[in-house]
Design a protein around this ligand. Structure first.
Ligand SMILES: Cc1ncc(COP(=O)(O)O)c(C=O)c1O
Length: 405
């Protein structure tokens, strides 16, 4: 008998394009869109089987959908996960994954620099559910051991962080969590938001992280035309998250699932080019007299470049990602003028699309924060976050040169 090749032995692009069903069946090359909210039963026996717990019976799109399942299978293969679950947005994925772990009286330990939406969920919503979030020093992962308590259930972090592009040492953080687990004698879940790096550049599972959450709106979608979120992890963990999905209702729409499935086929091509363009633009901007600082993990001037190299590129990643943050001379007024003067790059929030986007963190991802909070996040008024697209690099360089002038 011919041995079946494991889809995980194939390259990321092959997994993204073909999924696990290489030559498995005749029919459409592209997946159909099951644009339906519900499913016709053959007879009420189906309803009975469903009521008895048979998960193969299709019932309702908030619970499951074949187009969504197709995208989820590919995401799991790409992310090296047992299972992936698709949501209607990154925030739906993050909140559902977190709420599948914590309940009233529990604690989370997190890095302070987070996507603003996640941070505000931790600050404004979780305390109403009786969940406390404590913040660790990301440069000292062992600070987890001092902060841990019998109520700690979750270690949550991002790397690289939004928008400061700080890098957290994933291996050291997992090791510190294991020591903390021995101290409190219980399992603590580690969860990382891998949106900025994406699975082409960083595989946190290889370092022992339990769960990956990601905004699929960004690099996975890649065309600034959809909202999506993903949770990836063990089958058992995903089962618990699926319960949250059913009741909080953050389900993926079938048409979005199709758009995402389609985008995954070009994911590697796009992100490779974004890595390349980001590195070239970061080097160019680093020499510009009107730029105070360039934050990019691929630059040797980046304070955590060695960690980034070890856990991204040396560990098999393709590059350092497509996000570059600059701090212009002259503060927020100058940052506004630069953004308004760009002709190729688009002044718009979000990231990860084929088109270069710029935004000013104090007016976008980091609004509604005190000066102290901004300081903790490392965000300054003159910062411009650049999501580098796949345009010609010379066009991008001359666009930034004229805007900075
Ligand atoms: C790092 C990160 N995580 C999560 C999110 C939230 O994703 P979404 O906007 O798809 O809900 C964002 C959005 O910008 C993000 O940048």
């Amino acid at each position: 008998m011919k041995k079946k090749a494991s889809p995980l032995g194939r390259s990321l692009a092959t997994r993204a394009i073909h999924g696990s069903k290489l030559h498995a069946f005749k029919g459409p090359v592209s997946t159909p869109i099951y644009q339906t909210s519900t499913y016709r039963f053959d007879s009420s026996d189906d309803a009975v089987r469903y009521a008895q717990g048979d998960s193969n019976v299709m019932v309702y799109t908030r619970y499951h959908n074949p187009t969504t399942a197709e995208a989820e299978e590919r995401l799991a293969l790409m992310m090296n996960a047992e299972k992936a679950l698709l949501f209607g947005s990154g925030m739906a994925a993050i909140t559902s994954a977190v709420l599948s772990v914590v309940k009233t009286g529990d604690e989370i330990i997190s890095t302070p620099a987070l996507y603003g939406g996640t941070y505000r969920f931790f600050r404004d919503i979780l305390p109403r559910h009786g969940v406390e979030v404590r913040y660790m020093n990301p440069e000292r992962p062992e600070s987890i051991i001092d902060l841990v308590s019998p109520g700690t259930r979750l270690i949550y972090f991002e790397t690289p962080t939004n928008p400061t592009l700080n890098v957290v040492d994933i291996k050291a953080l997992v090791a510190a969590t294991q020591r903390a687990e021995r101290k409190v004698v219980r399992k603590i879940v580690t969860m990382v938001d891998n949106t900025f790096a994406s699975c082409l550049n960083q595989n946190p599972f290889a370092f022992g992280v339990d769960v990956i959450v990601e905004s699929g709106t960004k690099y996975l979608g890649g065309h600034s035309d959809l909202l999506a979120g993903v949770v990836a992890g063990s089958k058992e963990f995903i089962k618990g998250v699926h319960t949250q999905l059913k009741y909080y209702g953050g389900s993926a729409d079938p048409f979005m699932s199709y758009l995402l499935y389609r985008s995954l086929k070009t994911f590697e091509l796009r992100v490779e080019r974004q890595n390349e363009n980001a590195m070239a633009l970061a080097k160019f901007l680093e020499k510009h007299p009107n730029v105070n600082r360039v934050l990019y993990p691929g630059l040797s001037s980046h304070p955590q470049h060695r960690i980034a190299k070890r856990q991204m590129v040396d560990a098999g990643g393709n590059g350092y990602g497509g996000m570059v943050t600059i701090e212009v001379k002259g503060g927020v007024k100058k940052a506004v003028r630069v953004c308004d003067s760009l002709r190729v790059a688009v002044n718009a929030m979000s990231l990860g699309g084929v088109e270069t986007l710029v935004s000013i963190p104090v007016y976008s991802s980091h609004i509604n924060m005190t000066d102290d909070e901004l300081r903790n996040h490392g965000v300054t008024p003159g910062m411009i976050r650049i999501s580098v697209g796949v345009e010609g690099i010379d066009d991008l360089k001359s666009d930034f040169a004229q805007a900075l002038r």
